[in-house]
Ligand binder design. Structure first.
Ligand code: NDP
Length: 451
């Protein structure tokens, strides 16, 4: 549902109307923009120079949008056609940086919402990276390795001309993991005849990848929640945690929760969810999802765990809920169930997994809420650390990189809380994240003139 203008500051209303008019039908992008606009009232009052320089309107308009055809040959010899996207949204702070998503649901509006979020998330990390995102409506599920390779090669054959370690640096997202990054990097290297390691992140450890990048988004999310818990003089110990998804973010969030003595009682995929009151066995889950690429239903076979096809994982009672699958997977009905079952914290591992009505319901019920652009920034932050290591031809130990990640997540939490306080909304992590990210980008844009 497209949000309305009526709840926005009068200065912001015409700007939001322009977003709606210029980007028809892109409801996810409208939602992402509206979420940021909702936090900007105190900013337009306090910083009129942003309004004078049309910073908000400029931030909403991507610097460049690339759409291209991706032809490839399947195992049966049939030519398949997909559509590729890269939206280079904002380079005020550094080269465009953001993942690639391969999923049949991907449209231009999906990539734009993700790219828009990415601008502020990347700013929050304090590292020199701009915002971008890309992907394709290609579905890797059920495809052979050979088909995935041929698709990736074709995708990169067009995209490579827009990339570079100082220009645009993609990484993974839904449907793009180590296998896909490998094929994409191989093709980039072949076409350009350059071993430019810093052009893609999420690489394998033996060829320019960083320790902790695989774990970073999930670990970072849990470090962020740990800060929220510490602020209430408590910890993960003894807490029941429900995590949606069973991909990269979900698995490593679960691993870190278990390390911090919490119990992950349920996880899901797009087919259904499993409940294991003893705590999920992550070795089994990793083998199932990372190696065998199977369905989560198989987890329950021969164990004391229940598999529920369809339905919603948010029916499972918990203290902490971590949505880590996809956008708009937690709405106001799910929020009401979570509240009824006593949830205390909801923190977003995925990008925009909670609808605006869902977020409102949780906040009104006094649930602490951490938005994805702050809580899941650990992935991109570690990607930036991978770029640092590539630039200096160095590689850091797991412990060093993990300590940097933890510091960065603590820094993001601190900066959200401080900014929320400064702008008169103490304790509001959403407002703090949006304003802290926005002002950093806006100040850089002011300094760089009208471009
Ligand atoms: P993966 O592809 O590794 O895993 C995605 C998981 O979510 C799978 O379990 C998948 O189930 C499930 N899922 C995907 N789409 C849907 C859907 N439409 N309905 C229900 N379940 C779905 O992706 P990631 O773990 O990398 O990404 C998850 C989220 O985290 C995304 O929102 C992504 O943008 C965000 N994110 C990822 C980062 C990263 O570093 N990877 C960084 C920051 C944010 P199934 O296999 O059945 O499709």
């Amino acid at each position: 549902m497209t949000p309305t203008t009526s709840d926005l500051h009068p200065t912001l209303r015409p700007m939001y109307e322009t977003v709606l008019r210029r980007n028809p039908g892109e409801s996810e992008f409208h939602q992402a923009a509206h979420e940021v606009f909702e936090s900007l009232s105190p900013v337009v009052a306090k910083r009129p120079e942003y309004v004078q320089a049309s910073i908000i309107e400029r931030i909403c308009e991507p610097e460049r949008q690339i759409i291209f055809r991706v032809p490839w040959v399947d195992d049966a010899g049939k030519v398949q056609i997909n559509r590729g996207f890269r939206v280079e949204f904002n380079s005020a702070l550094g080269p465009y940086k953001g993942g690639l998503r391969f999923h049949p649901s991907v449209l231009l509006g999906t990539v734009k919402f993700l790219g828009f979020e990415q601008i502020f998330k990347n700013a929050l990390t304090g590292l020199p990276i701009g915002g971008g995102k890309g992907g394709s409506d290609f579905d890797p599920k059920g495809r052979s390795d050979g088909e995935v390779m041929r698709f990736c090669q074709s995708f990169m054959t067009e995209l490579y001309r827009h990339l570079g370690e100082y220009t645009d640096v993609p990484a993974g997202d839904i449907g793009v993991g180590g296998r896909e990054i490998g094929y994409l990097f191989g093709q980039y290297k072949r076409i350009t005849n350059r071993y430019e390691a810093g052009v893609l992140t999420g690489k394998g450890l033996s060829w320019g990848g960083s320790q902790v990048r695989t774990e970073a988004t999930g670990y970072g999310l849990v470090y962020f929640v740990d800060e929220m818990l510490r602020a209430q003089q408590t910890s993960f110990e003894g807490k029941k945690v429900v995590i949606s998804g069973s991909g990269n973010v979900a698995i490593y969030a679960a691993e870190k929760v278990a390390q911090l003595a919490g119990t992950v009682v349920a996880m899901s995929d797009s087919g259904g969810y499993v409940v294991d009151e003893n705590g999920m066995d992550l070795e089994v889950m990793k083998d199932l999802k990372e190696i065998r690429r199977g369905r989560i239903s198989e987890y329950a076979e021969g164990r004391e765990a229940r598999y529920l096809e369809g339905g919603t994982i948010w029916d499972v009672p918990c203290d902490i809920a971590l949505p880590c699958a996809t956008q708009n997977e937690l709405d106001e009905t799910h929020a009401a169930t979570l509240v009824k079952n006593g949830v205390r914290i909801v923190a977003e591992g995925a990008n925009m997994p909670t609808t605006q009505a869902g977020t409102r319901a949780l906040r009104e019920a006094g649930v602490q809420f951490a938005p994805g652009k702050a809580a899941n920034a650990g992935g991109v932050a570690t990607s930036a650390l991978e770029m640092q290591q590539n630039a200096s031809r160095d590689s850091w130990s797991f412990e060093t990189t993990d300590a940097r990640l933890r510091d960065i997540m603590q820094g993001i939490y601190g900066s959200c809380m401080m900014t929320a306080e400064e702008y008169g909304m103490p304790g509001d992590v959403i407002a703090g994240a949006n304003i802290a990210g926005f002002t950093q980008v806006a100040d850089a844009m002011l300094s760089q003139g009208v471009i």
